[in-house]
Design a protein around this ligand. Structure first.
Ligand code: SF4
Length: 416
């Protein structure tokens, strides 16, 4: 590996880390000052600093880098795989520590997100990651946020040490099914990945018990564990992805499952699809995940919202509306009497709006205008709600209900 300066390494290793969605901000257009008419200021494409939410709900900036993009594994979907023809770089432990401290002191970041390709062995790589976190915490008394990617095959003692220094740990399941993992990442193993997650969960519970008994017992990954699934690289449909996510939440008490639409990489392996899945598919999966975590929907409910042929969530309408259109018999619900769980199932009503409705209806009976003031848009709600002055007549029976609530059709561009 040619000798590179720290800024050169930073350029390579921050760019290489962008494929990990675990703390990504997304949904904006590519834009940078170089393409502006007068130069301008800023860029939406710059890598290296990403935003994440801390356990207390604050949005924080993290230095997001890899320790190295060299890897002894050859996962087909990964730009850093052994057979990939990319520029390689590797930070030393001290370089990562110095960068984190310098950026922190300049107020650029509030923490570090550190991942790595596998160098020499899983244990060696994990030792290096732990060494970064230990040096920051013990030698520099670093109080910022640390998110470490954990190598599933590493010695559990090393993962345990990682939990003593990091706020959050994550282990990527990578693909929704064990078969997909075997085909696209043959050196990885689904049961070893889940075994590592189970170990992490029990360590978190043990340390939580210890802290309840002894105030000075050490904390262990207080921000919990998370994972990431790549969407669209194998043939798994949304039903399989939703079921896997539900089972990961239940069995390993994950804080978050992140979904990352597979993006074609330079010099791709021939077993990968040529086209990326629509980004909207990733968005619909995040919506379905939100519905499971905050709206009380089960994996079976969400399966009922998928298309029977493709097994995927519709792209033209959100999964909550898709579910409601398939369960019209459960609507309309009375905004003045329905329980919280029934209101949360109404398309267009979010958790905050439902809580506002519940608080307001204690004081008086709500009219449709009142509901409109408590929510962002009443149009989508009207067919599904009864208010003191409003009862939709056969609205949920209309065969064109989906068309009337979905996005307006648009003319396709001839040269798009
Ligand atoms: S182990 Fe990680 S870094 Fe290495 S090829 Fe697989 S996904 Fe890429």
């Amino acid at each position: 590996m040619a000798a590179l300066s720290v800024p050169q390494k930073l350029e390579i290793l921050a760019d290489a880390a962008k494929y990990d969605a675990s703390c990504a901000s997304s949904g904006t257009k590519k834009r940078d000052s170089a393409s502006g008419r007068k130069g301008g200021l800023g860029s939406t494409e710059g890598m290296g600093i990403c935003h994440a939410y801390a356990p207390d709900g604050r949005c924080i900036s993290l230095l997001k880098i890899l320790l190295t993009n060299s890897c002894i594994f050859d996962c087909h979907y990964c730009i850093n795989r052994r057979s990939s023809d990319v520029r390689r770089a590797r930070f030393t432990v001290q370089e990562v520590v110095d960068l984190t401290l310098n950026f922190y002191r300049r107020n650029y970041i509030e923490g570090l997100f550190l991942s790595s390709g596998i160098i020499r062995s899983s244990d060696y790589t994990m030792e290096q990651l732990v060494q970064v976190a230990r040096t920051l915490r013990e030698e520099h008394d670093f109080r910022g946020y640390i998110h470490l990617k954990t190598i599933p095959d590493a010695d559990p003692d090393l993962s345990h040490q990682a939990g003593l220094y990091a706020d959050r740990l994550s282990i990527n399941v990578e693909l929704p099914t064990a078969q997909g993992l075997q085909r696209l990442a043959p050196e990885k193993n689904a049961s070893r990945i889940e075994g590592a997650m189970a170990g992490m969960r029990s360590a978190m519970e043990d340390m939580g018990d210890a802290r309840r008994k002894y105030r000075n017992a050490p904390r262990f990954a207080p921000a919990g564990q998370s994972t990431q699934m790549i969407v669209g690289a194998d043939g798994a449909d949304d039903r399989a992805i939703i079921r896997r996510a539900r089972s990961l939440y239940d069995r390993h008490a994950l804080r978050r499952v992140y979904y990352s639409a597979f993006s074609p990489i330079p010099s791709p392996s021939s077993v990968l699809p040529l086209k990326r899945p629509p980004l909207l598919r990733e968005h619909r999966l995040y919506q379905s995940d939100w519905m499971m975590r905050f709206y009380g929907f089960s994996a079976d409910d969400l399966e009922a919202a998928t298309d029977p042929d493709s097994g995927c969530l519709p792209l033209d309408i959100d999964p909550k509306l898709a579910w409601a259109l398939r369960h019209r018999g459960m609507f309309p619900v009375d905004v003045n009497r329905a329980p919280r769980e029934a209101l949360l199932r109404v398309p267009g009503l979010g958790v905050k709006a439902v809580d506002r409705i519940l608080a307001s209806r204690r004081l008086r009976r709500l009219r449709l205008d009142d509901v409109a003031r408590l929510t962002t848009s009443i149009t989508k709600l009207r067919p599904f709600l009864i208010a003191s002055d409003w009862r939709p007549v056969h609205l949920t029976d209309r065969i064109d209900l989906k068309r009337s609530l979905g996005p307006a059709p648009s003319q396709l561009e001839l040269f798009a």
